[in-house]
Design a protein around this ligand. Structure first.
Ligand code: PMP
Length: 338
């Protein structure tokens, strides 16, 4: 018989899929690492389990303990799977910008969800950073994961995602393109690939309203770069420990509108139903196209599933309200033949 001992054993070994239509203006071979195939439907399953196992190993997390994390949903899902299989409680502290679907999904897998306001400073006591930290001091036998500064996050991608990409491309990967939030994915994969071949180029996708691109280019943490934005999962108003700026060759910023439009295009033109940061990654990849030569291999990573955005980027009313619909979709009555 061929079966997994539990759901955690099905994490990883996700497929690499050629993009055919949406990247038609690029001469290089573009391959997408589609992380939707993980059991929690996102790349975050990998780092969630790694963070839990490292904390168990060095005693930060003890039997029957409570895991606490400030998460936009995907890390929470991964932590929830780990908590169920390993017998822990989980509290997810989430900002109110996140989609209702993400909150509902976390509750479906047994997490307690605390919702905090988005547009407050990180050190404001109401922010989800502050609330997570406070809960972890108040609740006995609890452990605050802190995916931003917890380096097991990067290590998961150094040990798993990077080697998978190297093996799947038979060492032929020339460029890696990925959205940056905590920085775990880009730093772990980037470090592994550059150790294998220092000529591999690592490109980060950032949002308008985030500090990464400017910091990478100038070394300056510019508060003027920080303002609210709509794109989910990438960009930050802090510099997480997990972002290893040295291994990143360049950043490009993608607008909220482009990220939303390309999330939809990816589903409709490729049948790859992924989340908002995947749309940003595709648009960013097109913005970077002068760096890709004919015959080269470009790998782009798609973090999560489109199902979490059906009420947002995949909803015409939501898109229209923000001026994001390129052309208005016809209503049913327009489509009736007269
Ligand atoms: N996209 C989505 C949907 C995410 O949830 C995250 C994690 N915040 C990212 C991209 C960025 O990945 P990382 O945290 O590894 O930089």
């Amino acid at each position: 018989m061929n079966y997994a001992e539990n759901i955690l054993q099905t994490i990883g070994n996700t497929p690499l899929v050629k993009l055919n239509t949406i990247t038609r203006d690029i001469d290089a071979l573009v391959l997408a690492k589609v992380e939707t195939f993980n059991p929690g439907n996102s790349v975050k399953d990998r780092m969630a389990v790694k963070m839990v196992e490292d904390a168990e190993a060095d005693g930060r997390l003890k039997p029957g303990g409570t895991i606490i994390e400030g998460t936009s949903g995907n890390t929470g899902m991964g932590l929830a799977l780990a908590a169920i299989v390993k017998g822990y409680k989980l509290i997810c502290v989430i900002s109110d910008k996140q989609s209702q679907e993400k909150i509902d999904i976390l509750r479906a897998v047994g997490a307690e969800v605390v919702v905090c306001p988005t547009n407050v400073e990180p050190d404001d006591p109401r922010s989800y950073y502050s609330v997570s930290k406070r809960l972890s001091t108040e609740i006995p036998n609890s452990w605050y994961v802190n995916q931003y500064d917890n380096l097991s996050n990067t290590l998961a991608h150094y040990e798993q995602t990077g080697p998978e990409i190297w093996e799947q491309t038979e060492g032929k990967v020339d460029h890696f393109v990925v959205g940056v939030g905590t920085g775990g994915t880009i730093s772990g994969v980037g470090k592994f690939l550059k150790e294998k071949n220092p000529n591999v180029k690592i490109w980060g996708i950032d949002t308008y309203g985030s500090v990464f691109k400017k910091y990478h280019e100038t070394g300056e943490f510019d508060e003027n770069e920080i303002y609210p934005y709509i794109t989910e999962g990438i960009g930050e108003d802090i510099l997480p420990e997990n972002v290893d700026f040295k291994i990143i060759d360049g950043f490009t910023k993608v607008t909220d509108k482009d990220a939303a439009i390309y999330t939809r295009k990816l589903a409709r033109e490729e049948g790859v139903f992924c989340g908002n940061s995947a749309g940003a990654a595709v648009k960013g990849l097109l913005q970077l196209k002068e760096h890709f030569k004919p015959g080269e291999v470009v790998v782009v990573l798609f973090h999560d599933s489109g199902t979490r955005y059906v009420g947002k980027m995949f909803n015409d009313d939501w898109m229209r309200d923000r001026g994001f619909l390129e052309q208005d979709i016809k209503t049913a009555s327009d489509l009736v033949a007269h």
